[in-house]
Structure formats: C-alpha cells, structure tokens
Ligand binder design. Sequence first.
Ligand code: PMP
Length: 353
Amino acid sequence: MSEFFSSKYKNLTPYVPGEQPKERKYIKLNTNESPFAPSKNAIKLANEQAEKLFLYPDPDCKELTSAVAQELGVSSENVILTNGSDEVLNFAFMAYCDKDNPAVFPDISYGFYKVFAEINCVPYKEIPLKSDFTIDVDEYINSNGTVFIANPNAPTGIALSLSEIERLVSSNEKRIVVIDEAYVDFGGQSAVNLTKKYKNLIVTQTFSKSRQMAGARLGFGVADKEIIADLMTIKYSTNPYNVNRMTAGAGLGAIKDKEYFIENCKKIIENRNYTQNALKDLGFTLTNSSANFVFAKSDKISGKDLYLKLKERGVLVRHFDKDRIKEYNRITIGDYQQMQIFIQTVKSILEEI
Ligand code: PMP
C-alpha cells in the first residue's frame, strides 16, 4: 500500500476471485462458469460490433434493454444493463445503503456483498444461516436495513421459495430488498414478476452462467421504474458506457437464442443430478442445490485436503477457508465428461486414504 492511499480504504479487503491458473490445463470447476460456448448468434452479433469499436456504445443500451425486457415480460423502463451483475449490485449498495440503512445479508453468501459495503463505507450486518444452511426470513423481516439475498444462495445452492421472498418484500414496503438471481435459471423461482407488484424489490441477473458469457461481463437489474431511474443516476455518474459494444451485441444474440439457453440449462441440471448421486454414493453430504454447482463434504477427508489433492490431479474446485463451511467444497457443474473425470478422481483420492 502506498502512503497516498485514502484512509477510507486502508482496511479494505478486496474480493478474491476464483483462481485462474495458467501453468497447466485444469478441469475448471471453480468459478461457476458455463462449460459451453456462447450461442453462435451471440458470437455473430459481437463480431459485427467489433467493426464499430471506434465508436462509443449506446449508453442507454436501447436495443438490448428492450430485448431483455421483452424476454422477462416487463417494460424497458424497468431494466438496467450493467457490466456483469456485480456492477448493478454495487450500484444498489451505492444507492440504497447508508448509516441509517445498513446492508443486511447472510453470513454465508456471495463474498462480494461485504466488499461492496466496505468500499462504499456503509455499515453492514451479517445474519447467520440456520444450522442446515437455510435462510431464516423472519430474521430479515425483523432487521432494519437494505437486504441482499442471493437466490439460490452461494455457495450452498439452496433456494428460497417465491412465497418466502414475497413475505420478506411485503413485510415492510419502506425497505429495499435486492434478490441476486445469478443462478436462478438452474432450478430456482425468479422474483422478476414481483417487481410489478412491489416498488421496493430489485432483482438482479447475469449472462455469466446460464448464457455462457462470463467473459463478456453483462448483467442487469429489474425493478420499478423509479428504482431503475436511481440506478441510472448512479450509472451516469460513474461510467455511462458500462456495457461495451461487443458485449451488447453478444447479449442481444444470446437473449434471442432461447432454444440454446434452455438446452444448456437442461444439460447442467442433468449433470448436476449425476454428480449429486455419484457423490452421495461415495458417502458425501450435500446441500440441496438449485444452482450450477454443488456444495459437498466428506467425513473421510477434510475440505482443504480434498481441494488440494484434486488440484494436484488437475481438477480445480473452490474451497472457502471460512469456519462454518471449511469442510465443504463448491464444485461447478461442467459437461458430462468433466463430471465423470471429477467423480473418478474423487474416487481414486478416497481409495488412497
Ligand atoms: N452474484 C453471485 C451470487 C455470484 O456468485 C456472482 C458470480 N461470481 C455474481 C453475482 C456476479 O456475477 P457477474 O458479475 O459475472 O454477473
């Protein structure tokens, strides 16, 4: 740290993304990316935009916003496109958290929430998940502040029902609730339709997982038009051109290729079922995941040892050194062959101990 770094950031602990090692080729099951290529339509439209890179992109992202809105059954004024869903989440922290409205989120959830609170210098409160890793909605109903919940949650993959979300959102219409649906397309229930009924609800989604575009950085928020106007104020005060031309082109191509989207979500769900069953057969305990990853622990080997031994053998999964979950690993669901190799590798590790 230099002597010039602002005192407000001196204690900031940045988010640590999953490893992206280059020294050898791994089976990468550690960052919840899709194992599949983007839609051909997405690549085609991105290439067309590559020719126009000398021009700024449309700051309003009109065409893509309208296509996303149409897909979701809302109006364009209810949608904001951002540089990954991380950006719209950060905008929500900027717009709706302050000393009177602390950020409230689970103790085990997406690690970036804490970082967003810290970089925006807003107080936050972490509410422990129950012992079975589920969310106790009443604890949020009884808290003051702006709520951030990933649904399905990460890294557990456990989903909350829509009725529980509605109970939370409707319990206090003066409280903003942000539902982060990064993984909703793999079996969760989306709260997008509830944004038509409740002005205090923001739903965020991403093209990174179910639309095979993690490298393009595209996400969005859906909410009442006044909320979107607030988020636009933040966007135009930070980076009006937050979605670049090629990404907007790819997004348009992807959102229109519904068949490919459905087919790939189906494959991930099938591969998840295969992985869950195979891990159960090997004696693992798993959470009930509705996401493109599973969260599993074995009583034969510690979470850290399994992670390290898998890495030695060329398979990368995500291990979190956090007390309540350190016996677990989060394993992204890849294609069928990758999951077969993963299971075979786990089997051989367990046989050796
Ligand atoms: N929310 C959750 C729960 C996530 O796990 C991620 C991915 N790391 C994101 C949001 C952000 O994803 P992106 O910025 O790629 O849309």
